[in-house]
Design a protein around this ligand. Structure first.
Ligand code: IPM
Ligand code: MG
Length: 367
């Protein structure tokens, strides 16, 4: 029997509650598909910071490299000044462990309400490959004349050729893998005849940020030679905000920079039914990856049993895909779908069931 070593970071707010449901489902999947996990808990986050003034040390971060994967609930605390936990814990993990891809599948399931009129599951099914190591997130920049009327603050959008190349390589490979068995249904007859099996859309701002997107564009076009089955596409990020509402069926795989990816995936999450159902993975293809729901710690709802654990449960599905437990991942997906059919809403406090009950229901289907 296969055993996976997992580092668990339940974190703050609703994090521990939803992680408990994710682990319940993970255990049910393990029993059914013959694998086990050995888990170690880590208390990184706001609560520990308030008690001990510690964020995350290099030693603690390095200890995580020994695991097969990391599962994280949410990090964020209302009593901690913005930026401390984000930079000191979450981004330190993503950057320090070189998780250079943030994978965010966007899919509207049956019986899940979307605020977009006249769109259903057949229209919303794409994946955002968000670059996760560069951009304004690196903190490069300065503050001059702080606190004076002459203050100038800069935070620079930085991308190296190497960063762009490894991200695009992942995105192209992802399109190939996603459509290895069957071509993307959004392709035109003509595209299909031309041999395309999927589409990769670069989301940028090449009309203004000419340096950065000039680089992305060149690397993408060069790399496309090696992927003749991938149809290339481009959208400016502002226009993307229109398309994701008006015509989400236009997209298969979207690749974008860190900041734009952060923004468009919140928009995308709303179209797929809200933060209660949006999973993500911070991937280092050559190291340890970390899986976390897109939502935050929602401190005002802590301990009330009203949070939707499906984002955390679908995050377990992503983690299992990453661990190559494909069958277990598919079974969790099917179980989630069947439970969604019984729920009143995906929104916090309106589900018709408690956090715990939903975890039980999903795990129950896997029996
Ligand atoms: C996300 C979050 C983080 C980000 C914050 C909490 C640092 O918004 O995971 O999307 O900006 O990446
Ligand atoms: Mg975000």
């Amino acid at each position: 029997m296969k055993t996976y070593r997992l580092a668990i970071i339940p974190g703050d707010g609703i994090g521990p509650e939803v992680v408990a449901q994710g682990l319940k489902v993970l255990d049910a999947a393990g029993r059914k598909f013959a694998f086990t996990t050995r888990r170690e808990n880590f208390d990184f986050g706001g609560a520990r910071y308030l008690k001990k003034a510690q964020v995350l040390s290099d030693e603690e971060m390095n200890a995580l490299r020994a695991f097969d994967a990391i599962y994280l609930g949410a990090v964020g605390h209302p009593d901690v000044k913005p930026g401390i936990l984000e930079r000191g814990v979450l981004l330190k993990l993503r950057f320090g462990l070189d998780q250079y891809i943030n994978l965010r599948p966007v899919r509207l399931y049956q019986n899940v309400a979307t605020p977009i009129k006249n769109k259903g599951p057949e229209h919303i099914d794409y994946v955002v490959v968000r670059e996760n190591s560069g951009d304004v997130y690196t903190g490069e920049g300065e503050i001059r004349n702080q606190g004076t009327g002459q203050e100038v603050a800069t935070q620079i959008m930085v991308y190296s050729h190497a960063q762009v190349e490894r991200c695009l390589k992942y995105a192209f490979e992802y399109v190939m893998k996603r459509h290895a068995d069957k071509p993307w249904k959004g392709l035109s007859e003509e595209d299909r005849k031309a041999g395309f099996i999927g589409k990769l859309t670069l989301c940028g701002k090449s009309n203004v940020l000419t340096n950065v997107f000039g680089l992305w564009d060149r690397v993408m076009n060069d790399m496309a030679q090696q992927y003749p089955k991938v149809k290339l596409d481009y959208a400016h990020v502002d226009a993307m905000c229109i398309f994701l509402i008006e015509a989400p069926e236009r997209f298969d795989v979207i690749v974008t920079t860190n900041m734009f990816g952060d923004i468009i995936t919140d928009l995308a999450a709303v179209t797929q039914g809200g933060m209660g159902v949006a999973p993500s993975g911070n991937i280092n293809p050559n190291g340890v990856s970390m899986f976390e729901p897109v939502h935050g710690s929602a401190p005002q709802f802590t301990g009330k049993g009203v949070a939707n654990p499906l984002a955390a449960i679908l995050t377990v599905k992503l983690m299992l895909e990453h661990l190559k437990e494909e069958k277990a991942a598919q079974a969790i997906d099917a179980a989630v779908q069947s439970v969604m059919l019984k729920m009143k809403s995906m929104l916090i406090g309106q589900m018709g069931y408690s956090t715990d009950q939903i975890g039980d229901m999903v795990a129950g289907v896997l029996k």
